[in-house]
Design a protein around this ligand. Structure first.
Ligand code: ATP
Ligand code: MG
Length: 891
């Protein structure tokens, strides 16, 4: 059986048994900020198990994309050496939400494995939790497994829990022999050697664990199972490792071909090839699901995986980017099951290539830095690279720790690993705190507002209107802050600020980059200003208010009024963002992908992936294209459809939606189609005018465009026009056309620099001319040494130096001290000709003279400078030059 058939056979088998097929959710969890990536088939259904949400069906089957690279399940380090672990894998699972339980789950699994997949009973084992007699007996009853092949195991392997608290229960695992032709060995031996491989885990969720660790039986026990597609395929294809299946062989072959070698010849190289093949899958799927390489969070994990693949490539001898070249072969293997791969292919290739290039040059540069640091340490007689230094190399130069370690090892120098870890942890904490704070604040609010009753998702009815009179609501829920912490209250008094939660609202809560609405909540005898609107991950909408008049009470009948003008401006910017996105994909190509956006009333910001800055021409083309669609005045359409339909229609999705939900698509027919929950104009003509303000880089491979629309664009143009008018006025170049004006401005600039040069020349002439004239008072001779000490007109510091220089050359051999007064400050410069420096030092002179003018300074033997705060004393200082020279000569 081909892997594609196995995947389908699993789904078909359970569909025939009344299960609804759920498409794989994206790798990025949709409403779980605590989890970095989906790591099991049950993750998208967590709320159904917890009873927080109602499942759309009681029986569901799915084949879920999973990633195990962080947190509780982390197989990152296993990948390469292990024949049965990947970072990315597919988990096939059937689920019962309070419907069937143990018996039916075991019966179904057994039937699929032995009847459909036709695995011989002699190749199979089952394990149960040691205390789960029920499961043990069921296996004996249902399967033909002899008792010695139904094994009892401990908590470690056979008791599953969602987290510290929450649903949990015993599980039962099916194992298969991947080398059935060899003589049988004991369970322990086969398990330890990896010959008996766990392919399917059946979890019987039957308890809820509380914070104290107590288990209470759940009223409706549930089933959650997971069978790894790769392992199942290996067993069914009769090969000893996941990597020998048709899921990996084409990729391994392509990678080996590129490297000019053959897979299976050299165990060490094979590890690297496996890492590359595995990471190609995780990197491609992460990119397809909208994760972007970054220095923190999910993007950081992605970058690490990608770089590890490149490092293994380096071991195989690649010196140029190679990883991106493997993307097409993954498409051939998995493209038919995962449409997103084809949809994002170009962008994936471009992003990987850019990352590879950057990383390769980082390694080259960073390696040099490490060498330098090591050299310095050696000279200082040290033998350990301090943690802070390692961190700096790692953080500022982006050099992976492993690379630093490798170099240090070669150079036989130690690394302060602990110090490094500490520095890293400090940095992690800081960035984590920032992103979590908002959600934490909201969930704290939710908790206090909720009190004892449930708090359901708020109905948003504000797509088509911005006012609502007497919205349906049992009560108006209120909270305020006391000593910085939220507290639930029954009234909000005049001048008090707080939070209002209603059952229905027309205020749009900040999400998808669109700013939260502002406006007013009005009731009889009172009014509160809504300064912001936010929602938490459970869809509860919070209105942040300041009561301006009266008292808002729990049973008030309220009117909602969104600031209409602001909302219209937001809508203009939001639709313009979609147009911009589509336009960029035309002018720059399909590798452009949204990396973030912000839609406020006064501006929009759009971040996208692209490997270089845009040329002016490209910016103008983009602007033109957007404005063309504005002028076409196309009516926009919003349509709810299934995720599948939306993607099939070509919708651009940053993150897909969760199973079961219909998704909202915003369409500008003929130009743009996006999954989006935000507010939009009804007709593109409402945008009026679109203007790019700036384009710049914000992170590696990510560009940012800021733009304005509507009256804000007009205002921007006015501001520019006014600035221009003011400028030409002040410069006196108003007449003539633009080209002539630019020419005249250029002339002015040139004239000014000519004048500056001329002034400098004159000043020099003035001082040096006077000094050269015979009998000039300031020139003295001490012991046959010519001395010039004089005050010169104010001049910038660099010019003073030139003057002193000029005077010194005029003297040929001698000592020059000049001083100038400027704005209550004094500057002194001393210059001594080279032949005299053994006897007289400019630095010493300045040290001796500067205290006289209330300052200090010093310098080289031939040249020195000082400042002072006492202009009155400049003549005295100059008068002291002679003595100062004498003193030095006398030494
Ligand atoms: P193992 O102990 O072998 O790492 P597990 O106990 O972590 O497996 P589960 O969490 O029970 O695995 O996941 C269910 C199924 O998913 C497993 O039976 C296996 O088929 C598959 N699976 C788990 N982790 C991986 C992985 N890293 N790569 C491929 N398949 C995996
Ligand atoms: Mg595991």
């Amino acid at each position: 059986m081909k892997s594609n058939e196995i995947r389908t056979s699993f789904a078909d088998f359970f569909r025939a048994r009344g299960h609804r097929l759920a498409p794989s959710a994206p790798l990025v969890p949709q409403d779980d900020p605590t989890l970095l990536f989906v790591n099991a088939g049950m993750v998208p259904f967590k709320n159904y198990f917890l009873g927080v949400e109602k499942p759309p069906a009681k029986r569901v089957v799915s084949v879920q994309k999973c990633l195990r690279v962080s947190g509780k399940h982390n197989d990152f380090e296993n990948v390469g050496p292990s024949p049965r672990h990947q970072t990315f894998f597919e988990m096939m699972g059937n689920f019962s939400f309070g419907d069937y339980f143990k018996e039916e789950a075991i019966r179904a699994a057994w039937e699929l494995v032995t009847k459909v997949w036709k695995l011989p009973v002699e190749h199979l084992f089952a394990t149960v939790y040691e205390e789960d007699d029920e499961a043990h007996d069921l296996w004996l009853k249902i399967s033909d497994l002899p008792p010695e092949r139904v094994l009892r195991c401990g908590k470690e392997d056979n008791f599953w829990s969602m987290g510290e608290t929450g649903p949990c229960g015993p599980c039962s695992e099916i194992f298969a022999d991947v080398q059935p032709d060899k003589p049988q060995v004991s369970w322990e031996e086969g398990n330890a050697s990896g010959r008996y491989v766990e392919i399917w885990n059946l979890v019987f969720m039957q308890y809820e664990r509380d914070a104290a660790g107590n288990l209470t039986p759940l009223p409706n026990p549930s089933i959650d199972t997971g069978a790894g597609l790769e392992r199942t395929t290996a067993v069914l294809q009769g090969v000893p490792s996941n990597y020998d299946t048709d899921l990996f062989q084409p990729i391994l072959k392509a990678a080996a071909d590129l490297a000019g070698m053959t897979y299976g010849k050299d165990p060490e190289k094979d590890v690297s090839l496996r890492v590359i093949a595995d990471h190609l899958r995780s990197v491609s799927f992460l990119l397809a699901d909208g994760v972007i390489p970054a220095n923190e969070g999910r993007g950081y994990v992605l970058r690490r995986i990608l770089r590890r693949a490149v490092r293994h490539g380096m071991r195989l001898g690649f010196e140029e980017p190679f990883f991106h070249k493997l993307v097409p072969v993954l498409g051939e293997v998995m493209g038919s099951a995962y449409l997103e791969l084809a949809a994002t292919r170009q962008a994936t290739i471009a992003t990987i290539k850019a990352e590879e290039e950057k990383f390769l040059s980082t390694v080259a540069n960073g390696a040099r830095q490490v060498q330098e640091e090591i050299e310095r340490l050696r000279q200082a007689g040290e033998s350990t690279l301090p943690g802070a230094m390692v961190f700096r190399l790692y953080d500022t130069y982006g050099l992976p720790l492993e690379v630093i370690q490798e170099i240090a090892e070669e150079e036989r120098i130690q690394i302060d690993q602990e110090g490094f870890n500490e520095a890293l942890e400090v940095q992690r904490q800081q960035s984590r705190k920032a992103t979590q704070e908002v959600q934490n604040r909201l969930s704290a609010l939710r908790e206090v507002i909720r009190g004892h009753s449930e708090l359901a998702e708020t109905d948003f009815e504000g797509y088509d209107r911005t006012e609502l009179y007497d919205p349906p609501a049992e009560v108006v829920r209120l909270a305020t802050w006391k000593d910085g912490a939220p507290v639930r209250v029954s009234t909000l008094e005049e001048k008090q600020s707080g939070v209002v939660v209603l059952d229905t609202t027309v205020f749009y809560a900040e999400s998808g980059g669109q700013a939260g609405d502002t406006g007013e909540i009005i009731w009889e005898g009172g009014r509160a200003r809504v300064v912001d609107t936010q929602k938490d991950s459970g869809g509860v909408i919070f209105h942040f208010v300041e009561v301006e008049k009266g008292t808002l009470a729990r049973h008030a009948r309220v009117q909602l009024r969104v600031d209409h003008e602001a909302r219209l401006a937001i809508q203009r910017n939001h639709t313009a963002t979609h147009l911009l996105h589509a336009a960029l994909r035309q002018t720059l190509g399909k590798s452009v992908r949204q990396a973030g956006s912000l839609v406020a009333p006064d501006r929009l910001r759009f971040d996208f992936t692209y490997h270089r800055g845009m040329f002016r021409q490209e910016q103008e083309q983009t602007e033109d294209l957007v404005n063309e669609w504005v002028r076409r005045a196309v009516p926009t359409e919003t349509v709810w459809r299934t995720y599948q339909e939306a993607v099939a229609a070509g919708a651009m999705a940053l993150f897909g939606e969760k199973y079961g939900e219909r998704v909202r698509t915003v369409n500008v027919p003929g130009f743009s189609l996006e999954l989006c929950g935000g507010c939009h104009v009804r007709n593109t003509g409402e945008i009026g005018l679109f203007m790019i303000d700036s384009e710049r880089g914000v992170a590696s491979g990510v560009r940012r465009i800021e733009a304005v629309t509507g009256s804000y664009a007009l205002e921007e143009i006015r501001r520019q026009r006014a600035t221009y008018a003011e400028l030409v006025n002040r410069l006196g170049i108003r007449s003539g056309d633009y080209d002539q004006q630019i020419q005249r401005a250029e002339q002015l600039r040139q004239r000014q620099s000519e004048l500056e040069q001329e002034m400098k020349r004159l000043r020099m002439q003035l001082v040096s001319g006077a000094a050269a004239s015979p009998g000039a008072q300031e020139e003295m001779v001490v012991d046959g040494i010519k001395i010039v000490a004089r005050e010169v007109p104010p001049a910038p510091a660099n010019e003073l130096r030139d003057i002193a220089d000029a005077l010194r050359s005029k003297l040929g051999s001698g000592v020059v001290v000049i001083g100038t007064r400027n704005d209550g400050n004094v500057s002194l410069v001393a210059a001594v000709s080279k032949d005299l420096t053994p006897r007289i030092k400019a630095g010493e002179l300045v040290k001796r003279l500067s205290p006289i003018v209330g300052g200090g300074g010093g310098g080289r033997p031939d040249f020195a400078q000082a400042g002072g705060k006492d202009p009155e004393k400049l003549p005295a200082a100059l008068a002291a030059v002679q003595d100062a020279v004498r003193e030095q000569l006398a030494r």
